[in-house]
Design a protein around this ligand. Structure first.
Ligand code: NAI
Length: 399
């Protein structure tokens, strides 16, 4: 079968297995030559480790100096009569193969991280593969829904402003078009449900589960990712439903920090940079900011992708051997270059100029689109996209 990119709106409907492998290999190559993580953890659980920040964290810790073994949980689709499967499914295969080549364990558990059964499965895997304990738990789930464990009904996140309607533009990757729309303010119910899905409750449930099963190693740490962004994005992000959920996550980090203090460990919310991922292109109103930010940061030489952010997080901040550097709210800041005053002043000027006619030429839309294609295994010069792919043989091959 020949696999071509199919995009509907901002969602990729296809993924190329060999291209996904290239994306994984490029990340591995990057961390091997980057500043190494010298005092990193050896047994790591990543919840949401098949793409974006979670996959980058897994790659950094396995190949970027720490030589960690990993268990990753993700919610991905394999090939079926409905389609070729999701990029994360192929990333998992490519990651495992390359980790095993270097003698590292890489266990992939596919299922719903919110469920009790997947938590039980992970505890069992920790027993089997990690001699019963983890050194680091990374929570990197981005989801639109979460089942209520009591009723089975779905909580749904709504990406909306709070208290005011907000106008913003979304860029449709499907046909490179710019759409301005008004986002209605969220109802209280929508804001509450977004906190249930994207706040800290499930992160805490994971850590509690691992404490109860005595799976926490001495010195164990846990991190989850957050975003704050500049004033320009506050109406849609920090002051909106997602921001409320992130504030909840920050508060959860404090209660988890107290719990892990019993093991001489710690918990940190880590504020990252705005980046193109499967999850972020979904946020209405954010893409004009991201294409302007990419343009300015690339020109200044300060641009980072997920992999650069994660390697720097572990080598310079979380495992640098000193006290973990945090701000006055006890957050680890990886967004310091994004929020640099000169960067933001240039981004503001550029965003003000952007419109439907000029966004592809004035800002870095090309880089944005290229990164999106790469996330799904497309746009790599060393993959022959006109060649038919035998998906079964990709999945079953051993070298
Ligand atoms: P992503 O979409 O690339 O990755 C999400 C991961 O969650 C995937 O591994 C997916 O399989 C997994 N997942 C989703 N639902 C699941 C479920 N029910 N059970 C198990 N796994 C599930 O997203 P991204 O952007 O890497 O997001 C990760 C975290 O980073 C989120 O908390 C996000 O808010 C945060 N973040 C993202 C930024 C960005 O610009 N992309 C910036 C700062 C923070």
């Amino acid at each position: 079968m020949i696999i071509e990119p199919v995009i509907k709106g901002v969602v990729a409907k296809t993924a190329h297995p060999y291209g996904c492998e290239q994306a994984v290999l490029q990340q591995i190559q990057y961390v091997k030559q980057a500043k190494q993580i010298s005092q990193g953890p050896k047994r790591v659980l990543i919840i949401g480790g098949s793409s974006g920040f979670g996959l980058a964290a897994r790659t950094a810790l396995t190949f970027g100096g720490a030589k960690a073994d990993t268990i990753s949980v993700s919610f991905e689709r394999g090939p079926s009569n409905k389609g070729v499967g999701s990029a994360g499914f192929y990333n998992n295969i490519a990651f495992k193969k390359n980790a095993e080549k270097e003698g590292r364990l890489a266990i992939n558990i596919q299922g719903d991280a919110f469920s009790k059964s997947v938590k039980d499965e992970v505890v069992e895997a920790i027993e089997t593969y990690f001699e019963g304990e983890v050194d680091l738990i990374i929570y990197s789930v981005a989801s639109g829904v979460r089942p209520n464990p009591e009723t089975g009904e779905m909580w749904r996140s709504a990406i909306k402003p709070i208290d005011q309607d907000v106008s913003g533009a979304t860029i449709m990757l499907e046909d490179d078009s710019w759409h301005t729309s008004k986002l209605k303010a969220a109802s209280n119910e929508e804001a509450e449900q977004t906190i249930k899905v994207m706040g800290g409750e499930d992160w805490e449930a994971w850590v509690d589960r691992l404490i109860n099963s005595e799976s926490i190693a001495h010195g164990c740490r846990t991190i989850a990712f957050s975003y704050m962004g500049p004033a320009l994005t506050h109406p849609i992000y920090l002051d909106g439903t997602l921001g409320r959920a992130k504030i909840d996550l920050h508060q959860t980090s404090h209660s988890l920090n107290l719990k892990l203090a019993n093991f001489e460990g710690g918990a940190y919310a880590t504020v990252c940079k705005a980046l193109v991922t499967k999850a972020s292109v979904f946020i209405p109103g954010l893409s004009p900011y991201i294409i302007a930010l990419y343009k300015v940061m690339k020109e200044k030489g300060t641009h980072e992708g997920c992999i650069e952010q994660m390697q720097r997080l572990f080598s310079d901040k979380l495992y640098a051997g000193n006290k973990v550097p945090v701000d006055c709210e006890r957050l680890i800041r990886m967004d310091e270059w994004e929020l640099d005053a000169d960067t933001q002043s240039k981004v503001n000027t550029l965003v003000d100029q952007l419109n439907a006619e000029n966004f592809t030429s004035l800002a870095d839309y090309h880089g944005f689109k290229q990164e999106f294609l790469n996330l799904n295994g497309f746009g790599f010069s060393n993959v022959n996209y006109s060649e038919a792919v035998d998906i079964e043989s990709f999945i079953n091959r051993t070298n």
